[in-house]
Design a protein. Structure first.
Length: 350
């Protein structure tokens, strides 16, 4: 009988359901998927899932639970497994999607997705996922809540503008709309105060936020979002991985000399992190020579300002990672070094 080297449990997570596939890797590097079942995405479902897996797997070989980062629906299961000492890996959806294309599968279902995730866990050397630190989890809740308030306020302000533009505006409607805007303003102020209180309470967080705020365009809210969405760069190993996590990685379609599609960012990453870099990039382009030079060179190359702005967004995020890891504040005198690094990556980004 062939010896088992690895065991993997691939989980396709939905809001109410967990679609689970169990697989194993043998010493001759062949793989086998041999068990499939669905469980409720609840605490009782988690217990049933573990009991089922333990009955089917070899106790002397470690088991890795692998799942996609599906919004927030995977978090309860991931925390439950990690708290009970099981190896857990959470993979970005774009990595699973790219891997799925290499398989001979024509129909995409929850079952085939769980099979792909299980095979991915068997074939790749994945890192253990760690539960977010409480301070970063709380910070993420606050920054995401504020972002939702800002979106809602923008929508209501647009509604107020439309109401005022009517030939005979309804004064009662205008009053209620203004009251809603005032309420959202007050709630946003409370959230900002909570973030400030948290940073004062946690000295390490305060120092980290101050460090990131030395970067042009990045203020306290952007710095808080970066740390919250990356869990303090806990599992980030390099800039390329960070760009992929945020959805700034580049997609390109090219075949021979006849097919050459436009290069573009994948947008298959953390949209909250990507969105947080938009306004800081505009500020950096306007006020910092380093980013102004990068932006001008890219615009002169292809003439697309938005594309150049996205390149600056990625550069700002990568710079945040570098400064956080080195614990050295932004140095404006390093202009030539930054431009040289940007030129090296220009073909990939642009």
């Amino acid at each position: 009988m062939k010896r088992i080297l690895k065991q993997s449990v691939g989980i396709d997570v939905a809001q109410k359901e967990l679609v689970v596939q169990v697989g194993r890797l043998y010493e001759d590097l062949s793989t086998e998927l041999y068990a499939y079942k669905c469980f409720a995405n609840t605490a009782k479902g988690f217990i049933s899932l573990i009991q089922w897996v333990l009955k089917l797997t070899e106790p002397t070989v470690s088991i890795r639970y692998v799942m996609e980062a599906t919004g927030v629906y995977h978090e309860s299961l991931a925390c439950y497994l990690a708290d009970h000492g099981y190896s857990v890996s959470i993979v970005l959806p774009n990595k699973i999607s790219n891997y799925f294309r290499t398989l001979s599968v024509k129909t995409i279902t929850d079952k085939s997705a769980s099979e792909a995730i299980a095979l991915f866990g068997l074939e790749r050397n994945l890192e253990d996922w760690k539960r977010p630190k409480p301070v970063f989890k709380y910070l993420r809740q606050l920054t995401r809540e504020r972002d939702q308030l800002v979106q809602e306020r923008t929508m209501i302000k647009n509604q107020l503008h439309a109401e005022k533009a009517e030939s005979d505006p309804n004064s009662s409607s205008l009053k209620r709309i203004k009251q809603r805007i005032d309420l959202l303003n007050k709630q946003e102020k409370v959230i900002k105060e909570e973030i400030a209180t948290l940073s004062k309470k946690e000295k390490e967080l305060k120092d980290e936020l101050a460090l990131l705020c030395t970067i042009p365009g990045i203020g306290i809210l952007t710095a808080a979002t970066i740390l919250a969405e990356t869990n303090g760069f806990e599992l980030v190993r390099n800039k390329r991985q960070l760009a992929s996590y945020a959805g700034f990685d580049v997609q390109e379609k090219q075949s021979g000399t006849s097919v050459k599609g436009k290069t573009r960012i994948s947008k298959k990453g953390n949209k909250n992190l990507r969105k947080a870099m938009h306004l800081p990039s505009l500020t950096a382009i306007r006020h910092d020579p380093r980013f102004k030079a990068i932006f001008a060179r890219l615009v002169s190359k292809h003439g697309i300002k938005m594309k150049a702005a996205v390149a600056v967004q990625r550069k700002l995020l990568e710079l945040s990672y570098t400064i956080f890891k080195t614990q050295r504040p932004y140095n404006k005198s390093q202009l030539q070094e930054a431009i040289a690094a940007a030129q090296k990556n220009e073909m990939q980004i642009a």
